[in-house]
Write a protein that binds this ligand. Structure first.
Ligand code: GLN
Length: 478
């Protein structure tokens, strides 16, 4: 098997003519076939990725310098548009729909000579935490095939975990990159809101959604982030400022200050072993001379409810566009009045969880309940933003678990949506406030599974977040 350890090393091998892009693609295609039972991919762009690899090999042989992502093999979650390719958000309602344009992030990957190998499975419209809400069936965790890889970007996580690609993109609205990374033993980054353009990302909840990156080492994720981020005239929510990128980050000399929340580490829902591992790690950091201090955080039990009120409200509005006229599937029943036509199309086209969220969102926005739910949730969001700003006056980073347990068993939570929602307790904070967050695979549980540590930084401080993540991974490996 082709051994991939980092983009840098891969490029060195290419330049020393020890390998070719074509060979690399062939090896990944073989691996994808071998691991088909994991169900990570919805579609593999076999011919096309081989063709592109050959073109890149020729370019290199002609002496052209390597671009940043020359020959890097990348998979896309099925919510990220790639022109002239099918995209479905893992939903029947978008079956056979072809993207008319590429997401800005995809354009930028291609401009740096990346190879897109396929589109990966996920929860329908990115709603879920186990990848079980997909019209294409569930995805298996390669560490233990009786378990879920997490969600909603489960396919993208497994694609990296099982060496089916070098890097993958997912989307993170409430944890959908970090939690599957945690369950699969890899790295998952959710950049700051406004760092990466959402143009061409199928919307779930627009004020929360952000494209995220899965990989196995920090420098690779930095390289990809630096390629895809930055202002975009197609998305006004991307910061127009000239933000520091990972490549212009220079090591800070001052002592790093970490905060942790006792309420989070002593929360009754948290697995005891996860709690102990993180507490021990905090002690190690203190011994190494870092400032790591407890900060009281009283909002923990309010943030999941606020997240589900606000995201379902946004989803009910975003998903109203799927009416059977503009996109994809439409009911085959003839002669219906428009209202009935929409209703039948949406009833058959959407899955159960998506319908649950559209109804919930419509309810919290309805005239009689708006203030009781939507307005109150907005107040929680505002309070949380203020509290977070306050914390970052005194600290550089916040340390948290990524998820309250290791990977769920398949089917374990699917009939209990509230328990499933509550498991998002540690990830939604970053999306409610727009700050960057990363899950790094530092720990092993006695059940054999891997789990991560989550680190959060100030909004747009992504480069220092990446730097500290790299540093903590190295400390742990020592
Ligand atoms: N589990 C969360 C949800 O179902 C996260 C989803 C996401 O980040 N896309 O809403």
């Amino acid at each position: 098997m082709f051994e991939f350890s980092s983009i840098e090393q891969y490029h060195a091998q290419l330049q020393q003519e020890n390998t070719t892009c074509e060979w690399a693609v062939q090896q990944y295609l073989l691996q994808i076939k071998k691991k088909q039972a994991l169900n990570a991919f919805i579609e593999v762009f076999e011919k096309e990725s081989l063709e592109r690899a050959r073109q890149l090999d020729n370019k290199r042989k002609a002496g052209l310098p390597l671009k940043k992502l020359h020959g890097v093999i990348i998979a896309l979650k099925d919510v990220i548009c790639y022109k002239d390719h099918l995209i479905s958000a893992a939903s029947d309602i978008l079956k056979n729909f072809t993207s008319l344009y590429s997401a800005t992030a995809v354009e930028r990957l291609l401009a740096e000579d990346a190879i897109i190998i396929g589109r990966t499975n996920c929860d329908e419209f990115a709603m879920g935490s186990t990848n079980e809400n997909s019209a294409y069936g569930r995805v298996l965790n390669a560490l233990d095939e009786t378990r879920t890889p997490g969600g909603s970007s489960g396919g993208s996580a497994v694609a990296v975990q099982a060496d089916l690609c070098m890097i993958s993109l997912g989307s993170d609205t409430g944890g959908s990159v970090r939690q599957p990374a945690d369950f699969c033993g890899i790295i998952g980054l959710k950049p700051s809101y406004g760092r990466v353009s959402r143009y061409g990302l199928i919307a779930y909840a627009s004020s929360f959604d952000q494209i995220g990156i899965f990989g196995k080492n920090i420098p690779d994720i930095c390289t990809v982030l630096d390629v895809i981020d930055g202002p975009d005239e197609y998305d006004s929510t991307v910061s127009q400022k000239n933000l520091k990128t990972c490549s212009d980050y220079s090591e800070e000399q001052r002592k790093l200050r970490f905060a942790f929340f006792p309420e989070a580490l002593d929360h009754p829902s948290l697995d005891a072993e996860i709690a102990t591992s993180i507490k021990n790690f905090i002690e190690e950091l203190k011994k190494d001379g870092y400032q790591v201090s407890p900060v009281s955080f009283e909002l923990l039990d309010y943030i999941v409810p606020a997240y589900y009120v606000l995201t379902t409200a946004e989803a009910s509005s975003n998903l109203s566009r799927y009416d059977g006229i503009k996109y994809g599937y439409q009911t085959p029943e003839a002669g219906l009045e428009p209202d009935e036509f929409y209703k039948r199309t949406r009833t058959t086209g959407f899955g159960k969880e998506v319908k649950r969220r559209i109804m919930l969102g419509t309810f919290v926005l309805s005239a009689g309940y708006y203030d009781a739910y939507f307005t109150r949730a907005q107040k929680v969001r505002k309070r949380l933003a203020e509290t977070t700003d306050q914390i970052f006056l005194d600290f550089d980073f916040i340390l948290l678990p990524t998820a309250p347990s290791t990977a769920f068993k398949l089917g374990e939570k699917i009939n209990d949506p509230v328990t499933m929602y509550l498991a998002d307790i540690y990830t939604v904070m970053a999306n409610l406030t727009g700050i960057p967050a990363i899950s790094i695979p530092l720990f092993r549980h006695s059940n054999g599974l891997s789990f991560g540590l989550q680190i959060m930084a100030k909004r747009f401080d992504d480069p220092s977040l990446m730097n500290v993540a790299d540093h903590l991974m190295k400390i742990k490996l020592q």
